[in-house]
Design a protein around this ligand. Sequence first.
Ligand SMILES: NC(=O)c1ccc[n+]([C@@H]2O[C@H](COP(=O)([O-])OP(=O)(O)OC[C@H]3O[C@@H](n4cnc5c(N)ncnc54)[C@H](O)[C@@H]3O)[C@@H](O)[C@H]2O)c1
Length: 338
Amino acid sequence: MSDKISIALVGAGNVSNTIVKGLEFYKNSTEGLWHPKIGGISLNDITVVAIYDIDASKVGKTISSIVNSKSDFGGLVIQPGIAEDVAPPHISKNGQVKSSSYDEFVNSLKKSKPDFLVNVISSGMEKSSEKYAKAALDAGCSFFNATAAKTCTDQTRKEFQSKGLVILGDDLMSQFGGTAFHRGMIDFMASRGIYLKKAYQLDVGGNQDTQNTMAEETRERKRLIKTESIAIESPVPFMSTAGTTEYAEQLGDSRVSYYWMEAKGFLGSPVELDLSLRTNDSTNGCNVIVDSIRAAKKAIITKDYAKTDIISAYAFKNPPKKMHIRECIKAFEDAFTN
Ligand SMILES: NC(=O)c1ccc[n+]([C@@H]2O[C@H](COP(=O)([O-])OP(=O)(O)OC[C@H]3O[C@@H](n4cnc5c(N)ncnc54)[C@H](O)[C@@H]3O)[C@@H](O)[C@H]2O)c1
């Protein structure tokens, strides 16, 4: 089996645009790449073969007309995806959804034959994400789910594996975003014998996905996932809340996480921390995406499906098997970079 990887992107938004830009940029550079090679595979080995959206203002246009840079994949035309949910406000505002039937979508995937369907659609589109996972399985490609929809279960993992495919998910954890940083801080405190009592993380962002996350049900679902993902780092229970609290358009594609932590040291002496972290949202997930699909390709080639547990723990906030952040980075690098 070849080391080359073909991907189809579903959701032609910020993350897809950044991946397309990154694949062009990293033809001649490794600056800013977390892992230039994973399992011997570089970014030059990744090709985008199809892209989908349901926003009628995007469907039918080429990638180059919405990505502000030159790209080998710029000529690909955005095709209609599946719409199983009420459209997010940015689409319903214009009132224009352009979608295809499930069978049309599966046939389209069968034609482009990607190794992976990378699901980067808007938050809150749970049923559509679940349908995309099913479509990937029916079309014979592996599935990567950046959204908070629950697609990666024991059942789906078995189904994908029985076809020599993998499913990775759920809810992408950015390289150095609010959740990863929070987990790293707790891990460091615990390693120094400082135990948390109370903490919160309040995230504010200005992009379209943050706006979609503000819908109460979506916000609550993502808050629960973040809070549980963070809790795993502390050896003792603590009072915790972590989630998106506000959409502030003026922040653009930035995200600011405000942290407050209260811990106790020797003789119960107080340790208090108050800080903020500002990052660029769409670039923050891309190293993790390109690392995971390369690692997954390697696991498929070697038929070492058990390693997908490590990949999901490394790349997602809600993986099937949670691992401590330090532990999953080490396990990932031991398995795929040596
Ligand atoms: N650092 C990160 O960027 C990061 C981290 C964690 C999770 N994620 C998740 O990745 C996803 C994408 O983020 P983004 O910033 O690119 O969002 P975005 O809003 O910029 O783009 C999402 C795109 O999906 C399209 N879409 C919506 N429903 C669709 C459907 N049913 N079929 C096809 N296309 C559909 C929208 O029209 C839009 O073009 C989100 O779910 C987000 O929560 C991103």
